[in-house]
Design a binder for this molecule. Sequence first.
Ligand code: SAM
Length: 261
Amino acid sequence: TSFGFKDVPEDQKEHLVKGVFDSVASKYDLMNDASSLGVHRLWKDEFVASLRPGKKGPIKCIDVAGGTGDIARRILDYARENFSDRETTIEVVDINGQMLQEGLRRFKKTMYYNTPQVSFHEANAQELPVPQFKDNSYDLYTIAFGIRNCTSIPSVLREAYRVLKPGGTFACLEFSRVNNSLLSTLYDQYSFSIIPLLGTILAGDRDSYQYLVESIRKFPPQPEFAQMIRDVGFETGVDADGGAWTNLWGGVACIHTGVKI
Ligand code: SAM
């Protein structure tokens, strides 16, 4: 299912826009804030700035597991504010239709509403449907705080490789491994006691927060994930501190990139 602003009939648009502020979307915002102390906003800014969308002219982007469109909005803003680019486009893809509807609602307040710059599509990152998501079609593929939730990371990476144009960039922002032992101890305390407690207090939902913490622990550490990215064919940098990834907050989050060759 896809829905942009142009192809939604007026009566349904109303429904989409007014639609219940879905509990998933509101909880998810809370969850991001709780798990990152609100810092996910800064990380997202840094992630997008590091990609410099619009620098070499308008590009075609896909933001997978895009949720309510946080990354999409930043990409379009960055291209417009820095390069007066109003032609870069982004397709937001998510498996959860309610997240996408909340995204559509949020975009209504922006200048991108009702333009070809943004559209929303319900699909699984592990199996992007063909012919909608064709081989070699995008300049930039982003996935932020989403790959960790997918059951098969290699499938997601293979699909990213397939849909990117040769020379296109894969960019992932995800919680990762902290490399400093003091920070790591503090972070463990925070995530194993405070986050589930916050979950209970803020959302009455300890289990989801417990899941969140566990999914972060299970996600492969930086060198392993970089290798997985290379395994599907991308070129990444090779050294730990330079090219292959960029740690944010000592590895609490991390940016990995790869170029399709
Ligand atoms: N990228 C957004 C952001 O940073 O604000 C959303 C991140 S949210 C924590 C994770 C998103 O991944 C959810 O919207 C969820 O529906 C989506 N997701 C989980 N599994 C997915 C899959 N297999 N394919 C596509 N999206 C998926």
